[in-house]
Design a protein. Structure first.
Length: 157
């Protein structure tokens, strides 16, 4: 691996799951394991299990590796699909509670500067999507507009 490639490697740490999951999804697609890892491909092969598991493990921070080591069942070791589900449950959660937390974070968005606001908006929108919350364009736009300062009111109308 050359220096430029290694500097672009995104490692999962506490706090960057949304960014990490987007990058890892692309890498899993590249090796032909994305649909296996996300559960939409029922063609379970040992090769897909191992390749997806190894790729995901190489992109975890030491503290997350320790979490996985303590949490994963012996029969799930080496299975990328099980590891993917475990990390998703850990960082996103599932069900109504996770959707509520994601919506709450969206509604707590604060405008500081435009670049940071756009980054925060993208992150919270992606987090909502990961919980299964469908934010249609009209609703998402309306919710986002609510987070802008009053000085932008004339531009919004």
């Amino acid at each position: 691996m050359d220096k430029s490639e290694s500097s672009q490697k995104i490692i999962l740490k506490y706090g960057n799951y949304v960014t990490w999951v987007t990058a890892i999804e692309a890498e899993l697609r590249q090796i032909g394991c994305w649909q296996f890892a996300d559960g939409t491909d029922n063609d379970v092969t040992e090769e897909k299990r191992e390749k997806s598991y190894c790729l995901i493990m190489r992109h975890l921070d030491e503290s997350i590796v320790a979490f996985v080591g303590n949490k994963i069942a012996p029969e799930e070791k080496g299975d990328g699909r099980e590891l993917w589900k475990m990390l998703r449950d850990k960082f996103v959660g599932s069900g109504v509670q996770a959707q509520g937390v994601a919506l709450e974070k969206f509604l707590e968005l604060k405008f500081r500067d435009i670049d940071q606001w756009i980054a925060d908006l993208c992150t919270t929108t992606r987090r909502m999507s990961l919980t299964g919350t469908d934010v249609n364009n009209a609703l998402g736009t309306r919710l986002a507009i609510r987070t802008l300062p009053n000085k932008y009111e004339l531009l919004i109308r």
